[in-house]
Design a protein around this ligand. Sequence first.
Ligand code: FAD
Length: 388
Amino acid sequence: MPQSSRVVVVGGGIGGLTAAVALSRAGREVVVLERAPSLEPVGSAISLAPNALRALDVVGVGDEVRSHAARVAEGGMRTTSGRWLARTDATGVAERFGDPLVMLPRATLAGILAARLPAGALRTSCRAVLADPGDGARPARVTTPDGELTAGLVVAADGVHSRARGVLFPAHPGAVYSGFTTWRVMVPVPGAEFVPHETWGPGRLWGTHRIADGRVYAYGAAVTAAGGRAADDERAELLRLFGDWHEPVPSVLAAVRPEDVLRHDVHHVHPALPAYHRGRVALVGDAAHAMPPNLGQGGNQAIEDAVVLAHHAGDLPAYTAARLPRTAALVTKAVRTARLAMLTNRPAAALRNAAITAVSRTGPAFFLRTFDGIADWRPPQDVTPKPE
Ligand SMILES: Cc1cc2nc3c(=O)[nH]c(=O)nc-3n(C[C@H](O)[C@H](O)[C@H](O)COP(=O)(O)OP(=O)(O)OC[C@H]3O[C@@H](n4cnc5c(N)ncnc54)[C@H](O)[C@@H]3O)c2cc1C
């Protein structure tokens, strides 16, 4: 195979793996370079909305993903004392958008995608550097600890702090701190009975969900300075911040060990990039448009990117045109949602909560409508290979 038809994917996260599977199905030779020794860290889950599930269908893994995922059937929003601000019936999601909202361990999703790659395509413990984006006349070049690779297409899926983004757009300031940090745990919590919820307190939030194997996936977020770490351990920090919130939060924290806790500061790409490609390189996922997690769409958009990129692999300006307006608008929407969720001012938070209660009394349609234009997205179909 000529070297110019090879695709080098930098980053084996959700975006990079989905792009690799999609491009491999489209007949391209793919190499995925992941700097970590293994894919997605255990200890965290991801929610996938109908838009991402449809994209995963196009690359042939949708049903396998659904079979490993828990369907989010009901849920709601609560105050720190446990009062319900709003209850939602997520069966409406499937009725309105054709598929449910689901949740599964990230490692499971990564494993399903990696299993679809040709043998030897994935190289872990391999930090890659974009040396030259290439152009119409010459291939792109990527250096690795094992030598240099040339490529007809480089998929830069190296995450929120993407080095490739800096190479393509050196004048861009990079990702900015969104103002809060997050913690995630995924643990067994024997005997815990709860309705999935997200609880908004002043400058803090907590969510509890269940995944298909019965474990609990929970996350917390708090407004704080960037780069902070707990003085003792992160579980102690969670107890300090959330230990007196309503059940099941204390029960979840009682089941957590310090080593179960993942902590990450949240950053988003601002301002939007002028394009998602340069030369023979396309940016995918957080590298292009990292957003706060408050819409649960960062990974979903990475999956959408991957499928659209496979569709436009020979025409990167068309890829930018298809993806930039949608994802830039979602970054803006996610930032606004995060600001509302993380309000630190108590009177303002009380007003917000009163508004949520009032709106929820009008029925579930209002909340479902906030996903219009997001969850109803439809992928291009022709990355699917022709039947043999
Ligand atoms: C608390 C929290 C909860 C979230 N929940 C959700 C959710 O429920 N649903 C959702 O859709 N999104 C969610 N997101 C967002 C989601 O995690 C990201 O949008 C998604 O992981 C982006 O995927 P990616 O492949 O672009 O980047 P990443 O997942 O960051 O993957 C990038 C990969 O590139 C590798 N890499 C980096 N540099 C190099 C290099 N030089 N060489 C080789 N490899 C390299 C990294 O090791 C990493 O594996 C959440 C985010 C947070 C912080």
